[in-house]
Ligand binder design. Structure first.
Ligand code: UD1
Length: 439
């Protein structure tokens, strides 16, 4: 019998101590598929141990790759024996990042066969810019009955000039992966600049690719015949770090976050400072302290270096505790406020209209039974539970564990009263793992 997990949090305890931030999930989910281009053994270090990375490694194994777990967070991948396989579909359907297989399969085999990706429900999540990029590189694409089939008639993609109509993290990454081994030069304009895009470029370059401009608006990829083996250590997770920062801001206390790149956190630090949270930065750590009342502010989410949409639910919890009225404007997704109804169960006063949420500060949140609606919405419920008076029970935490390595253990080490409990499944209940669930 399957078991369901819940988190039980007794809130109101300030957080104190140190926490190690894991490797970046969104870098990992791009780099694992990109490893398919590598001829030889590719060692990835600082890999977060979360269900999304496990699924992607499983996909590579089902395609014939040798995957060896060297130590926690370090894995050797040898893709010399890979081939296309429909056995991967049960995994590709459940994770968003499976769309990177289109680029990596086209780069490796000159053809691709996968399913439409899964995805947290933030409204419509098109992949037209990915498709536009692959077509520009010479691929023919056929989408139907949930399958994506692509083929480069000449067996190898051809470099091209591509302008993305929308700043898209996924399309930038996918086209960059596909172009790495295409023939000739690819210029991708109006690209996203997130830290994990730079990390993917650094990974590919360390394996022999020739990619310049990642982190700016234009990326130039000079295609190489093949990539060689090597080892690469992932950057720390910006959003995991940001989530711990909001947890301290909401629950109070003082925590040092180790293994971070403070520059990547500036967009989050700036907002928390406006609210009265003290943040000091070292080379690879930051210290977050909150010991006074929180002040209101406004937040607009934007592509990097703007405030990350993946931090919007978590900062909303902090705004709930600030004196006065704050306004959140979602600038990336159409529908990212599904967690608001859960927060209202805890006493939050939030009014949503389209892409705007107006948050009236309350004296405190109250513990309640709530559900994790998606990965970051679930993280917000954890932050809310930590600062709330009384007990919060969070259901569907499988979403949270897709993106946060050992979140319960890390919070307990900081003094939080949080436990993961399991209970037998109720008959007839649908499992999240079988739903589309990835961000
Ligand atoms: C990635 C992240 C996700 C984050 C998002 C924005 C991963 C696995 N997921 O998602 O957590 O919330 O970036 O930072 O890294 N769009 C199009 N056409 C496309 C692609 C995107 O119109 O072909 C639109 C989307 O609807 C959205 C916007 O562009 O409004 C940004 O999407 P995108 O940056 O592509 O998000 P993902 O890569 O899916």
């Amino acid at each position: 019998m399957k078991r369901l997990y819940k988190y039980i949090i007794k809130g109101g305890k300030p957080l104190h101590g140190e926490v190690e931030i894991s490797g970046a999930k969104n870098a990992a989910v791009a780099i694992i598929p990109a490893a398919m281009l590598v001829d030889g053994v590719c060692r990835i270090e600082n890999l977060p141990q979360i269900s999304d990375t496990e699924k992607l490694l499983r996909i590579l194994e089902l395609m014939g790759a040798q995957v060896r777990y060297v130590s926690p967070g370090t894995v050797d991948i040898d893709c010399s024996g890979v081939s296309l396989s429909d056995r991967i579909f049960r995994y590709t359907r459940s994770i968003r990042a499976s769309y990177y297989l289109i680029g990596s399969m086209l780069g490796r085999f000159g053809k691709a066969r996968t399913t439409m990706p899964g995805g947290c429900n933030f409204g419509v999540r098109p992949i037209d810019q990915h498709i536009k990029g692959m077509k520009a590189l010479g691929a023919t694409i056929d989408i139907g009955k949930g399958l994506i089939q692509a083929e480069s008639p000449e067996g190898r993609l051809k470099g091209a000039r591509i302008y993305l109509d929308k700043v898209s993290v996924g399309a930038t990454i996918n086209v960059m992966i596909a172009a790495a081994t295409a023939k000739g030069m690819t210029i991708i304009e109006n690209v996203a600049r997130e830290p994990h895009i730079v990390d993917l470029a650094n990974f590919l370059n360390s394996m022999g690719a020739d990619i310049r401009g990642a982190g700016t608006d234009v990326i130039k990829v000079r295609g190489v015949e093949r990539l060689h083996g090597g080892s690469y250590s992932l950057i720390p997770d910006q959003i995991e770090a940001g989530t711990f920062m909001t947890a301290v801001a909401a629950a109070g206390g003082e925590v040092r976050l180790n293994n971070v790149i403070p520059r990547h956190l500036e967009c989050i630090s700036a907002k928390l400072r406006e609210m009265g949270v003290a943040i000091t930065e070292g080379d690879d750590y930051i210290v977050v302290r909150r010991d006074c009342p929180l002040e209101r502010t406004n937040v607009k989410t934007l592509p990097y270096p703007g405030f990350p949409t993946d931090m919007q639910p978590q900062i909303c919890v902090v705004l709930c505790l600030a004196a006065g009225t704050s306004v959140i404007t979602e600038g990336v997704w159409d529908n990212r406020y599904q967690y608001v109804n859960e927060l209202k169960k805890m006493g939050a006063e939030i009014t949503v209209s389209g892409k705007t949420a107006v948050v009236e500060g309350v004296r405190s949140l109250m513990g309640a039974p709530v559900a994790a609606r998606d990965l970051r919405a679930g993280a917000a419920m954890v932050v809310a539970g930590l600062c709330a008076e009384g007990t919060t029970v969070i259901e569907d935490v499988i979403y949270i564990e897709r993106g946060y390595q050992n979140i319960v253990g890390k919070l307990r080490a900081l003094g939080a009263d949080i436990a993961a409990v399991s209970e037998p499944d109720e008959p007839g209940r649908m499992h999240q793992s079988s739903q589309e669930s990835a961000c």
